[in-house]
Design a protein around this ligand. Structure first.
Ligand SMILES: C[S@@+](CC[C@H](N)C(=O)[O-])C[C@H]1O[C@@H](n2cnc3c(N)ncnc32)[C@H](O)[C@@H]1O
Length: 230
């Protein structure tokens, strides 16, 4: 992972799973890592590493939905949880009243774990990257959330265009990035702002992990889609 200072923490709680992740890591390798990890992922992330971001992440999203999306009840909003993993974010969204949830992930095994949570209506096993995902229509979703996955070797900045494509104009895109990783995304984020594709609605700092050696804070960004990408 990019930021060297957390390598010891990742090693301690995740074993050697993320040792060799870099910008050169292939989607095939990522899929294999998470397929292997799926059954123990929450034990590592939540119990050992003390991840606590998923609740404040969804609360930040909820706060902005209340301000921006006034014409649709929460349970009617069609939301895609990108890189849903085992469904930690989906569970919190459901508690807040969002029940029309779809999950997308590159790893079928992670999606199988997510299915057990019983909060998603549809599962899409696909990689989010710079390619169009044929089974998702342009402007299909009222909102997209992506928690804990905008990081080295995972969802790259080139995927931001596809994120915008699948959300309708006026819809929201919510993701978190921790400080040391923002440099990999900032250029594309700004280009998309300058070209009028989206605008920032909110940027907040939330707690991330509690255990020693792990990043303590992350930034939640919420963008509003302004233009159709075809
Ligand atoms: C760190 S986990 C985060 C999962 C979940 N959002 C959470 O907060 O617990 C990263 C997830 O992203 C998925 N993933 C990584 N790169 C991906 C990509 N390019 N497209 C889709 N899923 C991806 C992995 O399979 C894994 O389930």
């Amino acid at each position: 992972m990019a930021s060297k200072s957390y390598k010891a923490g990742f090693k301690k709680y995740y074993g050697n799973r993320l040792d060799n992740i870099s910008n050169e890591t292939t989607e095939g390798e990522i899929k294999r890592i998470y397929d292997d990890w799926a059954g123990e992922y929450e034990e590592s992330l939540v119990v050992a590493a003390g991840a606590i971001y998923y609740k404040p992440f969804t609360e930040s999203f909820d706060e902005i939905v209340k301000q921006v999306i006034k014409d649709k009840p929460k349970d009617k909003m069609k939301i895609i949880d990108v890189a849903a993993g085992t469904g930690l974010i989906g569970v919190e969204l459901q508690k807040l009243g969002y029940t029309n949830l779809h999950a997308l992930d590159i790893s079928q095994e992670m999606l199988k774990e997510a299915e057990k949570k019983d909060v998603y209506k549809k599962f899409v096993c696909a990689a989010l990257n710079d390619q169009r995902i044929p089974e998702i229509e342009t402007g299909e979703y009222d909102a997209l959330v992506c928690g804990g996955t905008m990081l080295t070797g995972h969802i790259r900045s080139s995927a931001l265009v596809e994120m915008i494509r699948i959300v309708k104009v006026g819809g929201l895109i919510c993701f978190n990035i921790r400080d040391g990783q923002l440099v990999d995304y900032q250029g594309t984020i700004s280009e998309l702002e300058t070209s009028g594709k989206w605008e920032i609605v909110s940027k907040t700092v939330i707690p991330f992990f509690e255990s020693d050696g792990m990043p303590k804070e992350t930034m939640v960004f919420i963008y509003k889609v302004l233009d159709v990408i075809t």
